[in-house]
Design a protein around this ligand. Structure first.
Ligand code: HPA
Length: 272
């Protein structure tokens, strides 16, 4: 990271740490997961606009604020709203936010997203733990980094020990939690049926337009990562209905309470 960016991250971290909050876990909420922000105890709301390096967020359903507070005994920073690579083409759009969280002492990033299912066993309205990803966009948020750290090892991009904890919590709560590979596509258009068949053959169970660049940024910053997908639809051609953003938001809203239940329980029971 350039010197200017380090200074910006430190300035932003100082703003996050004012008010004597010490978050160790950050949670990045995607479509359908927003209800978690209302489950934060002792909440303090900071708009992204007040935090240097945090992005402008444009998409409906992504509001752009950090909520500092507690889930269970853990101090958390819950981020509502991300800037996607399809909004302007920058895969490093969340770099400032993640650098600031790392500078503030955050050690773990829990990511969430809405996704299309590529697997008939994983139905709309169900949840998946991300075990690995395919960076099909073949863009990196680290292109302007220097130094040996930019050659990030992604073998354990999604932390195996934390994944085991998440699966155990889901089982205890009786919530179905699939596990699979998330394929990142740029969007914002949905896929063609031929692309969906290609993704199935490549071994992915979920397809979506986010998460992967933030995982790479987080691993580069030394954070451990856990990620969840909420299926809003079957991939194009696997279901009769047409795909639309309104459909994504509609299904996501219906699943929101279940998604928040799982996420709250997982975070509360994490042993980092
Ligand atoms: N494709 C890509 N991104 C998505 C989808 C999809 O089918 N559903 C929700 N996000």
């Amino acid at each position: 990271m350039s010197r200017l960016n380090v200074e910006q991250a430190d300035r932003c971290a100082a703003l996050l740490l004012a008010h004597h909050r010490r978050p160790r876990i950050a949670v990045l909420l995607g479509s359908g997961w927003g209800a978690l922000a209302q489950r934060v105890a002792d909440p303090l709301h900071l708009p992204y606009a007040a935090l240097p390096g945090f992005p402008d967020t444009g998409v409906a359903g992504h509001t752009g604020e950090v909520v500092l507070g507690r889930i269970g005994t853990h101090e958390v920073a819950v981020l509502s709203g991300r800037r996607h690579a399809y909004e302007g083409g920058d895969p490093a759009a969340m770099k400032g936010a993640i650098a600031a969280l790392a500078a503030a002492g955050v050690e773990l990033l829990v990511q969430t997203n809405a996704a299309g299912s590529l697997d008939e066993r994983m139905r709309p309205g169900e949840l998946m733990l991300v075990s690995d990803h395919l960076n099909l966009v073949q863009r990196s948020p680290l292109l302007h980094e220097t130094g040996a750290e930019r050659f990030v090892d992604l073998r354990y991009a999604y932390d195996p020990a934390l994944r085991a904890q998440a699966l155990a919590t889901a089982q205890r709560r009786g919530i179905t939690l699939h596990e699979g590979v998330y394929a990142w596509v740029l969007g914002p258009q949905f896929e063609t049926p031929a692309e969906i068949r290609m993704l199935q053959r490549l071994g992915a169970q979920a397809v979506g337009m986010s998460t992967v660049p933030e995982t790479i940024l987080a691993r580069h910053a030394g954070l451990r990562v856990l990620a969840f997908s909420l299926f809003t639809n079957m991939g194009c051609g696997l279901q009769a209905e047409r795909l639309s953003h309104a459909n994504t938001l509609g299904v996501a809203a219906a699943v929101a309470p279940l998604a928040a239940d799982l996420l709250e329980a997982v975070i509360a029971s994490l042993v980092p």
